[in-house]
Design a protein around this ligand. Structure first.
Ligand code: AHR
Length: 497
């Protein structure tokens, strides 16, 4: 298969925000208990946080961590999980049929984010929670001192406020599975009144209203329209969520990026419709604050337990490739997607996996995420591409896709490429003639013959990217064979015209 792609410096999509490289930890399964937190583990620190996990998170350069949920959020009372641990109540988490001991709350989680170099993307309960509970939380986390909640935070050991800058106003409130699910009008009104209270507590914060939990929701996109009609002037982002699963058609699965691409475009169009109705000058941005591969078919009923093994998907090479396609789609929509959270981060549908009392390892999806996070920062450019199309359930989609990122100082260009063909090498011409001089200095590929290969504690390196041959060119047109089913990272040093 022949593929041609031109990358031109002037074809800018937009600046990549650091918040594009965000993630999510829900008080769910073993994400927190026996995930990030395991007191008594040989690698745990004085607070019980696993240092091996901290290092794996740091190596991903994650910016924001959405916390504490997720579906968990809609039945959660944050006040249960502050103050002396022996006084904290044990509760039923009805979202995940789990016993919640409240050993970890906002204070401990803040400490963990300090250790991982991340920041909290906060979330307030719009299910059982009231606007007052939400405002109390912002007062607790962001107000300096001299009030009931800010002084309580100080009494609980944190003199300085946490200054959590961005807040999700509930989670997936369009979903009938959500505790105290609302209809779009009810949620829109409650979200508006909550945002007002929060911003009147701290006018520097930004708020994310709940958009659709998936492009497949029957209420999509009218839910989003109605919510924005209520909240447009006060909200800063609307969220969208999307999980993909392989239903035994690898070609459709590898084309998941096309569905994600369409979802972003239609969500942005919905925002722009409301913008027009409101004659607003503001453009609403998207927070894609849950995305990943999730084998929801594997979920089974389970008894009440603390930290049960839930949503512990083990990812294959094929999953990592489909996931790479999503990374490319996000990078190609940075003009509208300002926040994106890989859901989730540890044990629960996660790139990092731990075993209690034992080690940890990187799942296959760790690698494309890390590539995107380390080398995807700067300005996203539109790659102009000609290649073969494949027919999938999402329509005709290109067999090979690209994203191109010019580093902030314009000294480097990174090209990400996914070849989804199972049989054909993509004989790819990458045309960099718009840059005066270029030189490839780094090239890796993630590929293999066994698409089902997975990493494990025993075989942590079964699937990982390998260095590939550097290819140079005298005329700035690079001829690069991209292997069948491969995720590729190519980096070039540049001299500008
Ligand atoms: O990430 C797992 C779950 O997926 C979250 O709790 C919920 O928001 C979504 O449906």
């Amino acid at each position: 298969m022949k593929t041609k792609v031109s990358i031109v410096k002037e074809f800018e999509i937009g600046k990549v925000e650091d918040t594009l490289f965000s993630s999510f930890i829900e008080q769910l399964g073993r994400a927190v208990y026996n995930g990030i937190y395991e007191p008594g583990h040989p690698q745990s620190d004085e607070q019980g946080f696993r240092k091996d996990v901290i290092q794996l998170v740091k190596d991903l350069r994650v910016k924001l961590i959405r916390y504490p949920g997720g579906n968990f959020l809609s039945g959660y009372n944050w006040k249960d999980a502050i103050g002396p641990r022996d006084k904290r109540p044990t509760r039923l988490d009805r979202a995940w049929h789990t016993i919640e001991t409240n050993e970890i709350g906002i204070d401990e989680f803040y400490d963990w984010t300090q250790k991982t170099g991340t920041e909290i993307l906060g979330a307030v309960n719009m299910g059982t929670g009231t606007p007052q509970d939400a405002a109390d939380l912002i007062e607790y986390t962001n107000f300096e001192k001299g009030t009931y909640w800010s002084d309580l935070r100080r009494a609980n050991g944190h003199e300085k406020p946490y200054n959590i800058k961005t807040w999700c106003i509930g989670n997936e409130m369009d979903g009938p599975w959500q505790i105290c699910h609302l209809d779009a009008d009810e949620y829109g009104k409650k979200a508006l009144e909550t945002i007002k209270l929060l911003k009147w507590t701290d006018d520097s914060i930004k708020c994310v209203v709940c958009g659709s939990a998936s492009s497949e929701m029957p209420t999509y996109p009218s839910w989003d329209r109605t919510v924005l009609e209520h909240t447009y002037d006060y909200a800063d982002y609307i969220s969208i969520h999307r999980y993909f699963e392989n239903f035994n058609n690898d070609d459709d699965f590898l084309a998941s990026f096309a569905d994600m691409d369409n979802f972003i475009k239609t969500a942005a169009a919905t925002c722009d419709y409301v913008k027009a109705v409101k004659r607003s000058k503001k453009t609403m941005m998207l927070s894609f604050d849950e995305w990943n591969i999730w084998y929801q078919q594997n979920q089974k009923p389970h008894p009440w337990h603390k930290a049960p093994r839930l949503l512990e998907d083990q990812y294959s090479l094929l999953d990592a490739l489909a996931f790479g396609g999503m990374c490319i789609t996000l990078l190609r929509h940075v003009d509208r997607v300002k926040v994106s959270c890989l859901a989730q981060l540890v044990n629960v549908i996660a790139p990092i996996f731990t075993e209690p009392g034992k080690g940890s390892f990187k799942q296959t999806i760790y690698y494309p995420y890390q590539d995107m996070s380390l080398y995807g920062r700067g300005t996203s450019l539109t790659p102009v591409c000609r290649t073969e199309n494949k027919i999938t359930k999402y329509g005709d989609v290109p067999a090979v896709i690209f994203a191109a990122i010019l580093s902030e100082d314009e000294s480097e260009l990174t090209v990400f490429a996914l070849n989804t063909s199972k049989t054909e090498i993509s004989e790819t011409e990458i045309d960099l003639r718009s840059f005066e001089k270029s030189e490839m200095f780094y090239r890796t590929e993630l590929t293999g013959t066994d698409l089902n290969a997975k990493n494990s504690l025993e075989k942590p390196d079964a699937v990982k990217p390998q260095s590939a041959q550097l290819i140079q060119s005298d005329d700035a047109v690079y001829h690069i064979p991209l292997k069948p089913v491969s995720w590729n990272v190519m980096r070039f040093k540049l001299v500008q015209k």
